[in-house]
Design a binder for this molecule. Structure first.
Ligand code: SF4
Length: 463
């Protein structure tokens, strides 16, 4: 997803790390990290960066923009060493800007640290207060700097022990990749809210937010990191410690609905298949008389195919996406948002004219984009437009690293389904039920966080 159409929840961040045992070239780790990061571009388009250790020192390059804007071939040539950590960011905690871009590199008692973080801590106020009491000062508003300060506080300990203490202090959602001069560390929060997996790259180890990044560089998926686990990789291999045990997992259900790449498999479930099952379940719950199913591309397509399969209705490309539009730097005023949708999407009159359509999308956030798309289809001659959403209404904000807009901007927090239907101007509006969502994902609701739908937050949030 090089860009998004209209009002979606914003992806959080993507992290990638590689520890090469015997690189053929001194820039191999940086190049591998570049390709891994490129595969994770959909998780953040505001900034990108790579930090590389040459055994003595960690060198860093980061900047604002897409991976290919920031990390050019001449930059890779300068990033020599066998251990790399990389990050793409959409700002969550901390304002957008180069000072908050990641990875971040720090000096502490034991040497240097390069840290990349995906997620959001939920006890930052308390931790900042505690650390300030010990004399910590902060240059940024990011959780990443907080983690570094916490590690520095435990710098008298061995890295393993310091990390274990940090893990106990940190609350919330976090997938962390940390490099030192001679090690790479992966850390996953105790409920496994944010994803992190481990791969084998020709006998060396890689860590990534999503398995698609492993596929891209030709690495083999080994396993997802366990919730509450720390892995430390050095020249002697990998050491895993289960630091905290939580009574339950809380994998982010929205990764399957929208954020993750369809070709990724997260915690045992392939994202494309999950979306198809969500679409099938949606068809079982809806009973709409229509001529065809169309999708809001690309995010609604797998669910629309599942809907078509289950309902027996043909799937058609009624909406076409302009694949060559880059990020738009226009201000998100209302009038500009409308132009932005028309630049990216168009109705195919020959397909939709005179037809009764079921339009499948993964979610509705503010409702403004759905409204424009429904109108676009009507302008192209559609006889009826029925909107079907492959998730329940998003009524609550996320505190775990996803920019969900403020609660008052979420249309489902203020309006009921019939009022939303009227607002978007569809002939009918159906959302997938919460039960149906879990059924499509294998039936075990205890494994997931679905707080943006239910308001049940698995980890307490600071008020
Ligand atoms: S609140 Fe929603 S977006 Fe946030 S972690 Fe939970 S399921 Fe994911």
């Amino acid at each position: 997803m090089p860009y998004e159409i209209g009002d979606k929840f914003k992806d959080e961040c993507g992290v990638f790390g590689v520890f090469l045992n015997e690189p053929e070239d001194e820039t191999d780790a940086a190049s591998t990290a570049f390709y891994g990061l490129y595969a994770l571009q959909h998780r953040g388009q505001e900034s990108a960066g790579i930090a590389v250790s040459n055994g003595h020192k960690i060198n860093l390059h980061k900047g604002m923009g897409l991976v290919t804007d920031v990390i050019k071939p001449d930059i890779i040539k300068q990033l020599k060493g066998n251990i790399a950590v990389a990050h793409v960011r959409y700002s969550t905690t901390g304002e957008s800007g180069i000072v908050n871009a990641q990875p971040m590199v720090f000096h502490y008692l034991q040497g240097m640290l390069g840290i990349a973080h995906n997620g959001n801590l939920t006890n930052t106020i308390e931790l900042r207060k505690q650390l300030a009491t010990y004399g910590s000062v902060f240059q940024t508003t990011t959780d990443t700097e907080l983690v570094a300060n916490l590690l520095a506080r435990y710098s008298q300990d061995k890295l393993e022990d310091g990390l274990t203490k940090c893990m106990i202090d940190l609350k919330g959602a976090f997938a962390l990749i940390i490099i030192t001069e001679d090690r790479m560390v992966g850390v996953r929060d105790q409920m496994g809210i944010r994803p992190l997996c481990l791969g084998d790259y020709e006998g060396s180890y890689v860590l990534a937010s999503e398995s698609a990044a492993l596929d891209t560089i030709g690495a083999k998926f080994i396993r997802d990191m366990k919730p509450g686990e720390i892995v430390i990789i050095d020249k002697n291999g990998l050491k895993s410690s289960q630091v905290v045990n939580s009574p339950r997992c809380a994998h982010c259900v929205f990764e399957y609905i929208y954020f993750a790449r369809p070709d990724s498999t997260l915690d045992g479930i392939n994202v494309y298949q999950a979306r198809r099952e969500l679409g099938k379940q949606l068809a079982r719950e809806c009973n709409i008389d229509a001529d065809m199913v169309i999708s809001v591309p690309d995010s609604g397509t797998a669910a629309a195919l599942g809907y078509g399969e289950e309902s027996g209705l043909p799937f058609q490309d009624g909406l076409m996406k302009n694949r060559y539009v880059g990020r738009t730097f226009i201000q998100p005023t209302q009038s500009m948002r409308e132009l932005s949708v028309r630049l990216k999407l168009n109705a195919v009159g020959k397909i939709v004219s005179g037809k009764k359509l079921i339009m499948v999308d993964d979610s509705i956030v503010r409702g403004t984009t759905s409204k424009q798309i429904v109108q676009m289809l009507r302008d192209a001659g559609a006889k009826e437009v029925h909107m079907a959403v492959s998730s329940p209404p998003t009524s609550y904000p996320c505190y775990y690293g996803i920019d969900t807009s403020r609660r008052e901007e979420l249309i489902a927090s203020k309006l009921g389904v019939e009022e939303i239907r009227q607002f978007i101007g569809a002939d009918s509006l159906n959302y997938l039920s919460r039960e149906g969502m879990f059924k499509a994902l294998g039936g075990n609701s205890e494994k997931y966080c679905d707080a943006c739908f239910s308001g049940f937050y698995p980890v307490g949030v600071e008020s």
